[in-house]
Design a protein around this ligand. Sequence first.
Ligand code: SAM
Length: 192
Amino acid sequence: MRREWRFGSSPGPPGLLPVDPRVCDAPRMDDYRDVNLANWNDRVAAHAASPDYAVTRFTDDPSFLSEVVSFDRTRLGDIAGLDAVHLQCHIGTDTVSLARLGAKLTGLDFSAPALEQGRLLAAAVGVEIEFVESDLYGAPDALGRERFDLVYTGVGALCWLPDVGRWAEVVASLLRPAGGSSSARATRSCGR
Ligand SMILES: C[S@@+](CC[C@H](N)C(=O)[O-])C[C@H]1O[C@@H](n2cnc3c(N)ncnc32)[C@H](O)[C@@H]1O
């Protein structure tokens, strides 16, 4: 039994500190997904305008790649013609960069405003990308299993997920079985 009492009730047992009800109303850990989603929705406008994401450079320069994908480029090898999915794609700057390397891209994220920004960017630079709204753990249902040659997730994505083991299961289920001419690859950016 929790040993606490609230302001406004009769005096509690001696020796126990009062609990401020505002603390009790604060988001709890089981609200994690909602709090995290609200946080990412909030960041979209600021990121779209931020020089760090360099959105205008994509429209100014058709060969421009994001810093994240530039970093990963040698690890990725030749991705031209691959069916690729970018998990937790955010506002699409890395997704567009992967498309510029020749892959056929799908971007997935649970933030609707982030995806909207991604669609605007893709349209502005003239690349065809399907942006799908889904929780990461719902990706196999939202996208279909064994559909992709490459699953990509960039730096700063995994840390927002509560279960990395389940993330790996999602990645495995999205990849086409290796063999024959297919080259199933999962790539995670290591940092910069
Ligand atoms: C830092 S951003 C992606 C990193 C990427 N390198 C970038 O900066 O564009 C993290 C993304 O993860 C998404 N995200 C967090 N938790 C998620 C979940 N459970 N399912 C789907 N997307 C999620 C957020 O909406 C956000 O767009």
